[in-house]
Design a protein around this ligand. Structure first.
Ligand SMILES: Cc1cc2nc3c(=O)[nH]c(=O)nc-3n(C[C@H](O)[C@H](O)[C@H](O)COP(=O)(O)O)c2cc1C
Length: 378
């Protein structure tokens, strides 16, 4: 019987399904629900020291539907990090660890470009008992206007410097969460590892404009008649997330063996998670999927992942982590292999033709009957 249990950076997870930072981890109530339903770990909604600067608007979500309007394939949000007071969060982190001592609680943190602020937020969260950290270098909207979030994550030098400030204060494992809104996601990922982070998480949302209402001519989600570009998530982003995870995992293999990777983006099933693990992820995060299918979806996803493992006779996640990375190569190499295979096929067909080799009973001919019989005798 295969097992989903895994140990990542010393954290013991019952399964690789982690609640991604966002509404599904926005207060003690919902975090507790996630642990009760069996999630492998929970990353709380991103916190900062001064929540008074965080002011949300409504509506702040917009959905992209497939032809079947019940099928949501894309989701845009212009939600900021948590607007709840830091002191309340610290209290809830403590209560959460009292209620769920075995549950892995990860604090997602974000601060301005200031060493004292990053040191303070790390020390106070770990005093409250959190098990590890995720550094939000990736929120694509609102916060970059204050030089936070993706404004930091787009700049590898700042990622390395802030990561090293955090590592000097942190006694717990640290993952740096990457923005996909860069040309080469390996550059900030590499910088986070150089700064000492144990792991990288990818991806946060993709900067987007969901659409324009053709009656009002206003872009959506419309707030007081206007909007601002937001972050795109859900299953439509999965191919982009898989490509970025593949690139980071390949880089980890060659440059930072032993460092870890948390895959995120449009995961809704055990099969989706298997694909991220096959491309090198140690854990898989789900955010929008929980908003679409609820906390109980973790049971279905675990069953689906176990069924995949049984089918392939994999006993542990380690047995197939990164296995599909071996099947990537350059386009030039694809051309070389295909040309070689076509040449072999052509040679085989020519050989069969000269020898009058029969490949189907319909090819027997009265004129070549003896030659055809001989060709089959060898
Ligand atoms: C409504 C909403 C709010 C989010 N808030 C945060 C946040 O506070 N911090 C963070 O790191 N990521 C945040 N995210 C990003 C998600 O954690 C995740 O990286 C992204 O949505 C892609 O994964 P998904 O397709 O499973 O949602 C948010 C996403 C959504 C949809």
């Amino acid at each position: 019987m295969p097992t989903l249990a895994t140990t990542v950076d010393g954290l013991k997870l019952p399964n690789p399904f982690v609640i991604g930072s966002g509404p599904p981890g926005t207060n003690l109530n919902v975090i507790s629900r996630a642990f009760r339903e069996g999630w492998g770990a929970v990353i709380a909604k991103t916190v900062s020291l001064d929540s008074s600067k965080v002011i949300n608007v409504a509506p702040r979500y917009a959905k992209l539907h497939a032809n079947d309007p019940k099928d949501v394939i894309g989701w845009e949000n212009i939600e900021l990090i948590s607007d709840r007071k830091f002191e309340i969060w610290l209290d809830e982190f403590k209560k959460c660890k009292d209620m769920h001592p075995e549950g892995i609680l990860i604090a997602s943190i974000m601060e301005e470009y200031n060493r004292d602020a990053w040191t303070e937020i790390v020390e106070r969260c770990q005093d409250a008992g959190v098990d590890s950290f995720e550094l939000n270098f990736s929120c694509p909207h609102g916060l970059p206007e204050r030089k936070m979030g993706a404004a930091m994550g787009e700049n590898p030098e700042i990622v390395e410097e802030v990561s090293s400030w955090v590592m000097a204060a942190a006694k717990k494992p640290v993952w740096a969460k990457m923005t996909p809104n860069v040309t080469r996601i390996t550059e900030p990922s590499r910088a986070a590892f150089r700064g000492g982070c144990q792991g990288v998480a990818a991806i946060n949302t993709i900067r987007s404009v969901m659409g324009v209402n053709l009656d009002t001519l206003r872009p959506e989600p419309t707030v007081e008649g206007f909007t601002t570009p937001g972050g795109y998530s859900s299953k439509a982003v999965r191919p982009i997330a898989l490509r970025m995870v593949m690139e980071i995992a390949t880089m980890i293999r060659s440059e930072f063996p032993g460092r870890t990777l948390s895959g995120i983006g449009g995961i809704e099933s055990g099969g989706d998670a298997a694909q991220f693990i096959l491309l090198g992820a140690d854990t898989t995060q789900v955010c929008t999927g929980v908003m679409k299918f609820g906390y109980e979806s973790v049971k279905r996803m675990c069953d689906e992942l176990l069924a995949f493992m049984e089918k392939h006779k994999f006993e542990t996640l380690e047995d197939f982590k990164g296995k599909s990375l071996d099947y990537f190569t350059t386009h030039r190499e694809l051309v070389r292999m295909q040309t070689e295979r076509k040449a072999k096929d052509k040679a085989a067909a020519e050989e069969a033709a000269t020898k009058k080799m029969v490949r189907a009973d319909s090819e027997w001919s009265g004129d070549d009957f003896v030659k055809q019989s001989d060709a089959l005798a060898r």
